[in-house]
Design a protein around this ligand. Structure first.
Ligand SMILES: [Zn+2]
Length: 131
């Protein structure tokens, strides 16, 4: 990095994970704008880029880090949900998945047992299901 830029960025937020994600979102919206020729999408992409730059130059580090932290938590949750879904899908040949009506726990039962009574191991709720 050039010296003047390093001096300029001292004490500023810079590009964090949320910043990278916002750039990707802006590029995606811009791509969509080109594709659909909807001018207002270009403005939205431009606005997202401006927000990204303002965040990168911001000196309110605690607030920016809190935003980034929340973004990472949401990202982790989405990734976790997606991994769980992928995992269940790969097992779906041999197992059927139920969501407990009591506590929303995900339950796995072997397939091909017909109508069965399922007891949630977490909360003890009983419900019927077809495996
Ligand atoms: Zn339960």
């Amino acid at each position: 990095m050039m010296n003047w830029l390093r001096a300029f960025m001292a004490g500023r937020n810079g590009v964090d994970q949320l910043g990278i994600a916002l750039v990707i979102v802006a590029l995606a919206i811009n791509f969509l704008a080109q594709l659909t020729r909807l001018t207002f999408l270009s403005f939205i992409a431009f606005a997202v880029l401006i927000i990204t730059i303002i965040r990168a130059l911001s000196k309110n580090l605690s607030k920016r880090r809190e935003e980034n932290r929340r973004f990472l938590i949401i990202g982790d949750k989405i990734k976790g949900d997606f991994d769980g879904w992928k995992d269940r899908r790969s097992q779906s040949k041999h197992y059927k998945f139920f969501t407990c009506p009591g506590c929303k726990n995900k339950l796995r039962v072997p397939r091909g047992k017909g109508k069965i009574q399922i007891t949630c191991p977490r909360c003890g709720q009983r419900f019927r299901g077809k495996s």
